[in-house]
Design a protein around this ligand. Structure first.
Ligand code: PLP
Length: 401
């Protein structure tokens, strides 16, 4: 299997960047491919091709709903996590802003899809914004969120699991603290990193809205969903033909949605097995690295972590150089969030956590369903070599010591 290499080299690198994107699960690929080949049809068409496409989208909706612990009609398919987050923030503000107020509360560690959207709305004068700080481990205190909620707070958005440092937030605690303060305030959680790794459930989490993305859970890129509790109806941000019951227009990405459905099904079935294996391997990798790399500091919360995500700051190195050397040695890693320019910028998450300049030395190694123990062992040794090389003033192409 091409995504199951046994040791790092340039031809078969060890892929430890699953938090950026994951390879397709074989079952996803098998379900999706026919929709790029012999099967086709517009789900809105009344003829047999259309009806078959509609049935496939409906099945996928049921599968995503089962994984998200919600009703099928509560799933709105989108082009991914970013659009789901935008629909939650912009759609809620547009629907209820005039009636309930236009104050938004978000955490300082949100993905840019939430943070930049909220900041953009505030800069444009369309919302008031409060950003709630975190502690050194990236945790958001439910009491601090509740304290930020006002009579005119229309939406609170706090992510379930952080994509850079893996800290898992107490979303149920946050949701109930928010409701106690203002029962009309809606709660959104970005659960993009959590599908297949943490238990999801709109009710159990206490959220009104929840964002998902297929490609973080062995599904295809460019498809995701916003789950909106029944009765919570964000204003459509993509208008037109009225697909997704008027909440997101545009001909459905049938192949992508079918793949997402199977990815969600596999995620739900395998979650406990995957999560315990990912936690075991990630714990081992963290131990190997803290023993072998002087001064390396794990980041995030060791107690409540996203299974499979290891994150560190590496004093005396810079992320961009370290990642380039690791790539040369055959380890695909990242600094934290994937920036569209490809150049890591110092992480706003680590800065919010109080790491200051060390934020520029972040290293994230995120494991996946197909990561093996042999890969973990090899990667740990290659990271040790790469850090030594960067700290010693060497770069890409320098001799291995
Ligand atoms: N939210 C989180 C926490 C993420 O990690 C990501 C992807 O990096 C997104 C949102 C955006 O999702 P997508 O890539 O599907 O637009």
């Amino acid at each position: 299997m091409e995504h199951r290499p046994s040791a790092g080299d340039a031809a078969q690198p060890i892929y430890l960047d699953h938090a950026a994107t994951s390879p397709l699960d074989p079952a996803v690929r098998a379900a999706l491919l026919p929709w790029l080949e012999e099967r086709f049809g517009n789900p809105s068409s009344v003829h047999r091709h259309g009806r078959r496409a509609r049935a496939a989208v409906d099945d996928a909706r049921d599968q995503v709903a089962a994984a998200a612990g919600c009703a099928s009609r509560e799933v709105i398919f989108t082009s991914g996590g970013t659009e789901a987050d935008n629909l939650a923030l912009r759609g809620v503000l547009e629907r209820w802003g005039a009636e309930r107020g236009r104050h938004l509360v978000v955490s300082a560690v949100e993905h840019e899809a939430v943070l930049a959207t909220a900041q953009g709305l505030a800069e444009a004068g369309r919302a008031d914004l409060t950003v709630v700080d975190c502690d050194r481990r990236g945790r958001i205190d439910p009491a601090a969120v509740a304290a930020a909620v006002r009579a005119d707070t229309v939406l609170v958005s706090v992510m379930l699991a952080n994509n850079e440092v893996g800290t898992v937030q107490d979303v149920p605690g946050i949701a109930s603290a928010v409701r106690a303060r203002n029962p009309r305030t809606l709660v959104h959680t970005d659960a993009v990193q959590a599908l297949g790794r943490l238990p999801l459930g709109l009710g159990a989490l206490g959220a009104d809205l929840l964002s998902l993305s297929a490609h973080k859970a062995y599904g295809p890129q460019g498809v995701g969903a916003l789950v909106a509790r029944h009765g919570v109806f964000p204003a459509a941000q993509v208008t037109g033909g009225g697909q997704e019951r008027g909440r997101r227009s545009g001909t459905e990405n049938v192949a992508g949605i079918v793949g997402f459905g199977v990815a969600a099904l596999v995620a739900q079935r395998r979650r406990e097995t995957d999560a315990s294996e990912l936690s075991r391997l990630a714990g081992w990798l963290t131990d190997l690295l803290t023993e072998s790399v002087p001064d390396l500091e794990p980041t995030g919360d060791p107690a409540v972590r996203l299974p499979g995500l290891c994150s560190f700051v590496v004093p005396g190195s810079h992320s961009d150089l370290l990642l380039a050397v690791l790539d040369e040695l055959g380890v695909c890693a990242s600094a934290g969030s994937a920036c569209s320019s490809g150049a890591p910028v110092p992480s706003h998450v680590l800065q919010a956590m109080g790491f200051g300049e060390l934020a520029g030395s972040a290293l994230r190694l995120s494991l996946g369903r197909f990561t093996t123990g042999a890969e973990v062992e090899t990667a740990a040794e290659l990271v040790r070599v790469a850090v030594a090389r960067v700290r010693g003033g060497g770069g890409v192409g320098a001799p291995i010591r």
